[in-house]
Structures are given as C-alpha cells and as structure tokens.
Write a new protein. Structure first.
Ligand code: HEM
Length: 227
C-alpha cells in the first residue's frame, strides 16, 4: 500500500481482490468517452435531423449533461485515492489520471457547446466579443467555469508519463489544483441553477467528505513520520 493513499498497512485488499475484476479496466476506459461522444452525437442528431432525443431545447440539455458529466468524472478521479486507501485495491491507481482526462474531454465539449451553440459566438464585426461580454456580465458563474477550464488545461497537458517524470515533485504540487477545480465546478453549478439546489449541495457534501479524508490521511502520514 503506497503511503500516499493513506492506506491500511498490513491488511490484505477487500474481498481478496489483489487484481482488478475482469473487464473493469475496459469499462473504465471505454464508458466515459462513449457517454461524452454519445451526448454530442445525440445533440447533433437533434439539431441536424430533428430527432428530439434531448427534448425541446437540445442545446441546453446537451450543455447541462456535459457539465454534469464533467463533475461526475472529476469526482470519480478524486475518489480513487481514498477508495484505494480504504479497500487496499491498489490496481485502481492507474485509472485516476484516465478519469481526470475524460473530465477534461467532457468540459471541452461543454465549453464548445456553450460558445458555438448556446452563445452562437461568431467572430465578426457585428457579433462576437460583445456577445461574450454580455453573457459574462449576465451570468457571472461562467467566469468560474472558465477559470476551472483554464486550470484543467495544464493538468491535462502534464498528464503524460514523460511530464510526470520531468516535473517530479512539482507535478504533485501542480495536480493539487484539482481540488480547487472541483470547488470552482461545484460553485459554478450552484450559481447556475435557478431553483432546486439539491444536486449541487449534494456534490458539495461529497467534495467535503473527499477533502476531509485527504486531510485526515495527510495528518496520519505526518504522525507516522514523526513517530
Ligand atoms: C469555459 C468554461 C465553462 C463554461 C463557459 C460553462 C458554461 C456553463 C453554462 C452556460 C451552463 C448552463 C447554465 C444554465 O443555463 O442553466 C453550465 C452548467 C454547468 N456547468 Fe459549466 N461551464 C464551464 C466550465 C465548467 C466546469 C470546469 C465544470 C466542472 C468542473 C462545469 C460544470 C457545470 C455543471 C455541473 C453545470 C450544471 C449542469 C446542470 O444544471 O444540469 N462547467 N456551464
């Protein structure tokens, strides 16, 4: 058990699973991109072939689904380390980066749908930067989303094995930004909903539990070093 996972020293893995169940890696690798590309495909089908799979406002529905999947995948990635620590399933570790990258894929499409389909941004003399400016003042939560996307970009770029090696300890420090990104994403979500805050509040609670676990694990590690 790696020290960083804050783990169960001495105990064997839960259910005796020293290796991932068959097909697990395949599901984790294929399901998220299928979902993200699936949403985009259905959205395009609604727009170009009038299929109405996403209801009366496919752009809004697609934008929302992609935003939600960004959060789900980001949270799934953040859950890997605590889950690994609790269960001793070290084979989960390799999926943390993949899930983070898929969250980035989802947010890029979320952004593209917002910019070109929701806002209908076109750089020209008449429409373009002004539309963008109006939307940013009208919906300030978009600034938080943009900050989240900007912060996710260097994390995605530096997620190759070569970069991990090259950056060493700095890589870990840089990738701690993922917590700030998650906070920005949840606040952005909370500010964007008009009435029912249940889902963003639940997301904030999950995030608080994940943070709590991290802090407790860091304290435990420090205490072990001192002892
Ligand atoms: C440039 C970056 C971003 C832009 C422009 C953007 C824009 C938007 C817009 C326009 C909405 C729909 C609000 C509405 O009309 O009801 C939305 C919702 C949402 N966004 Fe973003 N967003 C960005 C980044 C992010 C990031 C980084 C995350 C997560 C980490 C995220 C997660 C969400 C979620 C969860 C929702 C709510 C979905 C729902 O209500 O079902 N967004 N975003």
């Amino acid at each position: 058990m790696g020290a960083r996972s804050g783990g169960r020293a001495g105990a064997g893995p839960w259910l005796g699973l020293t290796q991932a169940p068959r097909g697990f890696a395949l599901v984790v690798t294929l399901a998220p991109p299928l979902i993200v590309f699936g949403i985009v495909t259905v959205l395009l089908a609604d727009l170009f072939w009038g299929t109405r799979l996403l209801g009366t406002d496919p752009v809004k529905a697609g934008e929302h689904l992609l935003g939600e999947w960004t959060i789900y995948l980001l949270f799934a990635s953040l859950t890997i380390t605590p889950l690994r620590g609790i269960t001793g399933w070290n084979w989960l570790a390799r999926h943390r980066r993949t899930l983070g990258l898929y969250a980035f894929l989802a947010v890029v499409f979320h952004f593209v749908v917002w910019l070109f389909l929701d806002l209908q941004f076109v750089v020209s003399e008449y429409v373009g930067w002004a539309t963008l400016e109006t939307d940013l003042t009208k919906r300030p939560y978009i600034i938080l989303g943009m900050t989240g996307l900007l912060l996710m970009t260097p994390l995605a770029i530096t997620s190759t094995q070569g970069m991990i090696r090259r950056l060493g300890r700095r890589w870990q420090r840089l990738h701690r930004l993922v917590y700030l990104i998650a906070v920005l994403g949840v606040v952005h979500w909370g500010m964007s909903v008009k009435k029912d805050l249940t889902e963003p509040v639940l997301a904030a609670l999950v995030l608080a539990v994940l943070f709590g676990w991290r802090i407790a694990a860091a304290r435990r590690r420090r205490a072990e070093r001192v002892a």
